[in-house]
Design a protein around this ligand. Structure first.
Ligand SMILES: Nc1ncnc2c1ncn2[C@@H]1O[C@H](COP(=O)(O)OP(=O)(O)OP(=O)(O)O)[C@@H](O)[C@H]1O
Length: 318
């Protein structure tokens, strides 16, 4: 499958701050790739590097077949970028702004979008609420049918209704129109429930490091929340590296298994908690996975190869 975005050791430092550690990432055509991570994790840095707003300290990237450092006018015919802090000509009305953009794009179409998103055409951009401004920005991008849509925190500070409208508009784009090539979306967001509802791939950044990047279906398959009744359990071996231990009392141990689809879970439990009783295993939402990673105070470290190591602190708590 063609990759619309490829990075190879892409990195960005600011003095002693490593905003993005060397990152190798592939975003396949047609994916809705969600970038998640705490504040300051490096999401915006990665997006700005891809959009040629920042220059990398190391590594390289290609976006829609162009080296990211050479992206310019023509390439942006195929790339729509919306960021929460984007500067817009705020003295213009929405209509003036859209009319100004139209001549740059041969396939410009706004009518349906304006209706679907209920955008007030005659209001100046500076008088739009945050939600309306985001809708206008999204409309200005969807109007020219880009092959790649890059959205940095599009839902931040929006009410649930506006968020839903934006997501609906994006889902329509993903579902596509007959005869059009598939659209790829790269989106950074803290709204995990929304992201989960339509992302096909997920990349988790932590302190500038891409901890994992994989299909949502693979993430959903490997993470499980497990509760073990410990009555009468003896002291076994330390937990495997793939466990994120969340709580343990004398009667119950609760943990998250990050490789439940490939590792022998029952054997592991028997070895760690010999003589343990009932075991329950629950699928997890993206939000609970994210919280478990955060609460465990560490995260799986290697990308893709499922080699997940645990800090000593976690082992001691077990
Ligand atoms: N111009 C800059 N100079 C110095 N440090 C910077 C600069 N821009 C970003 N950083 C640092 O780089 C790191 C990554 O920032 P970035 O904005 O990419 O994070 P983020 O994941 O987008 O965060 P958020 O979710 O809060 O938007 C942070 O530690 C931030 O303080």
């Amino acid at each position: 499958m063609t990759n619309v975005i490829e990075t190879n050791g892409l990195a960005k430092g600011y003095g002693r701050t490593q905003a993005l550690q060397p990152t190798t990432l592939h975003v396949p055509e047609g994916a809705v790739f969600a970038l998640v991570g705490h504040n300051g994790a490096g999401k915006t840095t990665l997006i700005k590097l891809l959009m040629n707003i920042l220059h990398p300290s190391a590594g390289s990237a290609t976006v829609c077949g162009h080296a990211s450092h050479s992206l310019s006018g023509d390439a942006f015919q195929n790339i729509g970028y919306v960021s929460e802090n984007q500067e817009l000509p705020e003295w213009m009305t929405v209509r003036e702004y859209l009319d100004y953009l139209q001549p740059f794009y041969p396939e410009w179409e706004t009518e349906t979008l304006i209706q679907a998103l209920d955008i007030p055409l005659d209001r100046r951009l500076k008088h739009l609420s945050r939600g309306m401004l985001m809708k206008a920005a999204l409309a200005s991008v969807l109007a020219f049918h880009p092959k790649l849509i890059v959205l940095d925190e599009p839902f931040s500070g929006l009410d649930p209704l506006v968020r839903d409208e934006l997501i609906e508009a994006l889902i329509d784009v993903v579902n596509g129109e007959e005869g059009r090539p598939p659209v790829t979306i790269l989106i950074s967001s803290h709204d995990l429930a929304e992201i989960e509802s339509f992302a096909t791939h997920i990349g988790y950044l932590n302190h500038g490091k891409l901890v994992f990047a994989e299909e949502m279906s693979s993430l959903n398959a490997r993470f499980r929340e497990i509760t073990v009744t410990l009555e009468g359990s003896g002291q076994g071996v330390p937990p495997p590296a793939s466990w994120l231990l969340l709580e343990r009392s004398s009667s119950v141990a609760k943990f998250v298994h990050s490789q439940a689809d490939t590792e022998p879970v029952a054997e592991q439990i028997a070895a760690v908690f010999p003589g343990s009783g009932e075991v329950t295993m629950e699928p997890m939402t993206l939000r609970t996975i994210f919280l478990a990673l955060a609460r465990s105070g560490r995260a799986p470290i290697d990308i893709g190869d499922k080699d997940v190591r645990t800090k000593d602190k976690t082992r001691r708590r077990a």
